[in-house]
Every structure is written in C-alpha cells, then in structure tokens.
Ligand binder design. Sequence first.
Ligand SMILES: *Cc1c(COP(=O)(O)O)cnc(C)c1O
Length: 296
Amino acid sequence: MHIDLDIYSPVHQIKAQLFDERGLSVFIKRDDLIHPIISGNKWRKLKYLLKKARAESKTHLVTFGGAFSNHLLATAGAAALFGFKATGFVRGDAIDNDMLFMCRLHGMNLIFVDRDSYRDKPALFNKHFADDDYAFFIDEGGASPEAARGCSELVDELAENYDHIFCACGTGTMAAGIINGLQNHHSHTKMHGVPVLKGGDFLRKDIDNLLLNNCEYHLHTGYHFGGYGKTTPELIAFIKNFVAQTGILIDPVYTGKMLYAIYDMAANDQFKPGSKILAIHSGGIWGLLGMKNKFD
Ligand SMILES: *Cc1c(COP(=O)(O)O)cnc(C)c1O
C-alpha cells in the first residue's frame, strides 16, 4: 500500500472569556484528527521514515518506547495499515496496560528490556536483528531529520498567518520541523515550544541541530509540572475545564501543558492585544489512559 494519509487537520477557534478580555484570537490545529491511532505529530514524524523503509525494501519496523508511548502505538498502527511487521522494545519490566494492549492488537511484537539495556538502542537492535535484512531501525519517538521534514509540512497547510505558534516539545523534533516550515514560507510568525520535561533548556541544542537555518524561537521551560509524565492538581483542573468547555480532548503529558502555557501567558498579558495565536494539537490522547487515576 502506498504510504500516505489524507490529512484531515482543520483549524478551530478556541473561544474563552479570557481571550476576549485580552483581545486575543486563539486557534488550534487539529492534528489529533489525522488518524485515531497514528495520531497527530507521530504520523508526520513517521511518514518519511516509512517511505525510506519501503524504498530500502525493509518490511519490519523496529522501534522503542516507554510503556505509555504514543510513538509505539502510532508505529504499531502504521505498520498494520501499510503492511509492515513491527517490533517494539519497551522500557522496564514486563507489564500489560491499555496502551500495550492496543499495540499488540495492531500486531506489534513487544520485547521488554531493563532500563540499562534500553539506553543503547543500536546495541539492542543489533543484538536481536543483526541477521534480519528486512529490519528497519526507528529511534525512540521517531527522532530524525526525516521526522522534522514531515512536521515542516504542517506549515504548508496553514491558510492564514499567525503571530504566534505553540507546540509541546518532547525531543523538540516537531518544533524544529515547524520552524523550518515557517522559514520555507519566509514567515514572521514567532515559534514557541513548551518542553514537557524538567530543565527543557537542553532541547535548544537538539532543536538547533535540526534547523535548516539558524533562527530565533522561544522555549517556555516553566510549564513541565514536575517533569515528564508528572502532573499537578492545577494542571488536571485545567484539563478538566478545557475539555468540558471546548469538547476537545487533551492529555496531561503533552498538549495539556502547552495549552496551560497559552492560558497562563494570556492571563499575564504576555501577548499584545490583537494577536493571533495558533496551538498545535499534536494528538496523543491515548496517553490519558495511563493517567486515569490522576483524575479521581
Ligand atoms: C511525541 C509527542 C510530542 C513531542 O514531539 P517531539 O517531536 O518529540 O517534540 C508532542 N505531543 C504529543 C501528543 C506527542 O505524542
């Protein structure tokens, strides 16, 4: 099967009294609607990797993730859809959860590895698949220049100009791709990344490495809520409110933190009145399944 999806990612306005009071128009690009399983930015990040695998006649995708990894599930879904075998190395003790159930349901073979072995991914690949001529290595989260290229295409789809674009950052690959896309369009839009990990300044180096041209962008490192996968009661309360007010599902790991940042910055008058702001909904709502207990 030809490796492509028809992209359905409309832009919706988010109405809120806060934004009206501050004279802001805020929109959200619904990359979560691209595909229910190959969700959001994970499709954009996989697209050129899968095309490369196909071009090299590889038929077996091998990748890596934690037990609640959106990337593992997206890879499992894409493998099933496009006719690849898939193996996922999962960090930590053998367990079962809703996310891994979904990976298995899509035919992914799971191999659990301890945290130490997990660190050296090329070594794991070689240990298990050195003899498999059809195996194709995909790094954790899909991080690669191909992934940044896929994400840059998001900008080609925008019908309007925005003063600010916001996205959540894990590895920073999506942010780098969007910055490259904005540069291709000679856009003056300011790019903002919201790292979901603690101490997110380290991402600057990784993002810069993927940029086609040096340029300025903003990282808001104060919205990690304790670190990757961590939450606070404020964040959970914000998410509950947002979902109930807008009908748009967001998760506490990525998009919840990014949207919290926009609301918080708006409340603190960090945008000029009249500004147009676009948030990227990068998908990942299955991540909610690992966080149910936080919503009690
Ligand atoms: C993986 C993921 C991200 C992080 O993307 P990076 O390219 O690693 O920065 C953001 N949002 C969601 C929903 C994700 O699943």
